[in-house]
Design a binder for this molecule. Structure first.
Ligand SMILES: [Zn+2]
Length: 462
């Protein structure tokens, strides 16, 4: 462990933590004086600046598409990370429900410990409710990092509503439902009355501006809205909304980087998953389609091209998000699962239900990580302990796995657990967005099966 003194080089800038900010400034002044006197005596101040951490989640990105495209030179930013670091498949765990796995990634724990089993809570009535942040029973990375004095930014991670009072900024996943953002553009002030979607609440207005800030992001030609060649049954407005939402998320994340430059930033881009649900079937041979519904060769080609194009677009977003990070910083890009063909509404589409979709992707580069190598066997449980080890923080023994081998020779400190830490949240008043999100998930085919996940019976008491 390096000295805690290093913390004073990067005082927290979260505006809600005024007291701590003041305290940090006092420490910084004291540290500066100490450093000056050390320098005066010829000892110098040899502490290196601690590397920052960027984690980008690309929901549903599959090694079957990503790695061939990488080799063809179509994903230059991911290729750069792979060349400067490691890459390979990231092994997930069934059932492949995104919120469940992204919570495992953020906590290092299985669902029967972290408590987020699926999209909606089991209910006997039709009145379904999404899992909320308060359903998470164990600390996530942002809680642990906050308690350790690190500044954190979180943008659109699953199950972050109501936002948690972290040492930094949390823009919850409920800030981004596509329909709500369209409403927001129409009615402008609408969002402010919906309760806290952002922590600190004072940053909400800035996040709303940044959502649509044309300066924030390089422009990417729209390849979905006007693409007449796509299979006739594909909803182009729906695809286009994913394209819009991913850009909104990237803009907000870039605004957060610009305003706070947090020690650790975690961003989740859901678009590849949503697009793959519509278009993956086009990668399959025409005779895989149900009789009578076989798309034409040109429709299949257009569908497959649009899907690949979405990977290129995502790669460009990754490039912009990672642009500000130095070679010592950790840049980690991961997905929670891959994809496979599936039949939905009598159409061949995409799904992620079976072991065929178990592998996501992993790209990582930063201090100590070997260059241009395979990441080896890595699974979703290894991400959280790896991030803590890279951040030079103790790794808790109650995480399911240890730090991944690709980090190189790291010997972390160990502690039994972080579970006794207090986690503060904004009030769980209804944001008003839940029904819209449930309708949206149903439209995507996520909510066809209403039976509660099997592990619910094993859920420990809070
Ligand atoms: Zn997913």
């Amino acid at each position: 462990m390096k000295s805690r003194k290093a913390d004073t080089h990067r005082p927290t800038r979260a505006p809600d933590a005024q007291g701590r900010w003041e305290q940090a400034r006092a420490w910084a002044r004291a540290s500066l004086l100490a450093g000056l006197s050390l320098a005066f005596f010829g000892l110098g101040c040899d502490e290196k600046e601690r590397p920052r951490i960027l984690i980008i989640g690309i929901d549903g990105a599959s090694p079957e598409i990503a790695f061939p495209m990488l080799r063809e030179g179509k994903l230059p930013h991911l290729a750069k990370i792979a060349a400067e670091g490691v890459s390979g498949p990231l092994r997930s765990v069934l059932p492949l429900f995104s919120p469940r796995i992204w919570n495992t990634i953020a906590t290092g724990r299985p669902a029967n410990q972290h408590g987020v089993f699926a999209f909606v809570k089991p209910s006997k009535s039709d009145d379904k409710e999404l899992y909320l942040s308060g359903d998470r029973k164990v600390p996530a990375l942002w809680n642990i990092l906050s308690q350790s004095g690190r500044s954190v930014g979180v943008v659109n991670w699953w199950t972050t509503y109501p936002p948690e009072k972290i040492n930094g900024v949390m823009v919850s996943d409920h800030f981004f439902p596509e329909q709500i953002s369209m409403l927001k553009k129409t009615f402008k002030a609408e969002r402010a009355s919906l309760g806290a979607l952002v922590h600190p609440e004072a940053w909400t207005e800035r996040a709303q501006e940044q959502l649509v800030n044309p300066e924030a992001l390089d422009e990417w030609p729209n390849f979905l809205a006007e693409n007449d060649a796509l299979p006739h049954w594909v909803s182009r407005p729906t695809l286009n909304q994913q394209f819009t939402t991913d850009q909104e998320i990237a803009r907000v994340a870039l605004g957060l980087q610009a305003d706070y430059k947090p020690d650790v930033l975690m961003v989740l881009l859901p678009g590849i998953d949503r697009i793959s649900h519509w278009l993956w079937g086009n990668l399959e041979p025409a005779d895989s389609y149900p009789p009578g519904l076989q798309p034409s060769a040109s429709e299949r080609e257009a569908g497959a091209n649009a899907l690949r194009h979405y990977y290129m677009f995502t790669d460009a977003l990754i490039g912009q998000l990672a642009a500000d990070y130095g070679p010592e910083d950790l840049v980690l890009v991961i997905s929670d699962h891959g994809f496979e063909a599936g039949v939905s509404l009598m159409l061949l589409t995409g799904k992620h239900d079976t072991p065929a979709a178990l592998n996501g992707v992993l790209f990582a580069r930063g201090r100590g990580i070997p260059r241009g190598e395979s990441a080896g066997r890595v699974n979703v449980f290894e991400i959280a302990p790896s991030v803590l080890a890279f951040a030079d923080l103790p790794v808790p023994r109650d995480m399911a796995e240890e730090p991944a081998g690709f980090l190189g020779p790291i010997e972390p400190d160990w502690i039994p657990s972080y579970d006794d830490m207090a986690i503060e949240r904004h009030l769980a008043s209804r944001s008003g967005n839940e029904d819209v999100i449930i309708d949206h998930l149903r439209a995507l085919g996520y909510l066809e099966d209403d039976s509660p996940p099997e592990e619910n019976s094993k859920q420990p008491a809070p």
